[in-house]
Design a protein around this ligand. Structure first.
Ligand SMILES: N[C@@H](CCC(=O)N[C@@H](CS)C(=O)NCC(=O)O)C(=O)O
Length: 207
C-alpha cells in the first residue's frame, strides 16, 4: 500500500491526497511534520511535504508524484491522451505552481507565523503575482475545466494553489486575487464539489 507522509494542513499534501482518492488507490496517511532531519530528508530531499513511499521507495514533489500516479493508475485519466494537450495541462500546472503559488508563498511568514515581511518584498510579490496571473489567464481555458472539457491535474492545482494564494493576498493587501477571473472562480466552485476534494477538506477539519 502507498504511504503518504506529511500533514493535512499542507496544500500540496492535500492535493496529493485528493489525487490518490480520485485514482481510487489504497493509501495510508503517515503524520510527519516537515523537517531537515535525516530520516525526513531521506523521503523528501528538500525536507518538504508531501512524500510517498511505495514498496520501500520514497518519492517527493507533488508533480513527480502525480506523474507516477497517472502511470500507475491511468483511469480516471487526469491528463489528455494527446501528447500536446497533456503538455499544455502541465504548462498550466507549472504557471500556477511557480508563478502564482510560490510567489504568494513569500507572504506566508507574516500571515501564518507573524514574522513581518519587508515592504520591498510585498511590492515585489505584488508585481510578480500580476505577471503570474496574466500568464495563467493566457493558458486557462475554463470550458468548464481549467484546461478545457476534461477534468485534469490542472484543476487540482488550481484549487490547491489558489487556496493558499488568495488567502495570502487577502491578508496582506486586502485584495481579492481572483477579482475579474470568473473562469478561475468557476473551477474553484466545481472542484469544491468534487468528492475527492470534499473528502480531503472534511478530513482536514476533523484533524
Ligand atoms: N514543490 C513542492 C512544494 C512542497 C511544499 O512547499 N511543502 C510545504 C508545505 S505546503 C513544506 O513542506 N514546507 C515546509 C518547509 O519548507 O520546511 C511540491 O509540489 O510538493
Amino acid at each position: 500500500m502507498i504511504k503518504l507522509y506529511g500533514l493535512r494542513m499542507s496544500n500540496y499534501y492535500s492535493l496529493t491526497k485528493a489525487l490518490l482518492i480520485e485514482k481510487g488507490l489504497d493509501f495510508e496517511e503517515v503524520k510527519r511534520p516537515p523537517s531537515q532531519e535525516e530520516d525526513f530528508l531521506m523521503r523528501s530531499p528538500m525536507g518538504k511535504m508531501p512524500a510517498i513511499e511505495v514498496n520501500g521507495v520514497y518519492l517527493s514533489e507533488s508533480i513527480a508524484i502525480a506523474s507516477y500516479l497517472e502511470r500507475l493508475q491511468p483511469q480516471p485519466a487526469l491528463l489528455p491522451g494527446d501528447a500536446m494537450q497533456a503538455a499544455k495541462v502541465m504548462e498550466l500546472v507549472c504557471r500556477l505552481k511557480l508563478n502564482v503559488e510560490l510567489v504568494a508563498r513569500r507572504l506566508l511568514p507574516e500571515v501564518l507565523f507573524k514574522q513581518p515581511v519587508s515592504e520591498e518584498t510585498k511590492v515585489a510579490v505584488k508585481a510578480d503575482l500580476a505577471k503570474g496571473m496574466m500568464a495563467v489567464d493566457r493558458l486557462f481555458v475554463g470550458a468548464p475545466y481549467a484546461a478545457g472539457e476534461q477534468l485534469t491535474l490542472a484543476d487540482f492545482y488550481t484549487f490547491y494553489c489558489f487556496g493558499l494564494a488568495t488567502g495570502m493576498v487577502n491578508a496582506i493587501y486586502g485584495e481579492d486575487l481572483l477579482d475579474g477571473y470568473a473562469n478561475i472562480q468557476n473551477v474553484l466552485a466545481i472542484m469544491a464539489e468534487q468528492p475527492s476534494v470534499q473528502r480531503v477538506e472534511t478530513e482536514k477539519s476533523a484533524k
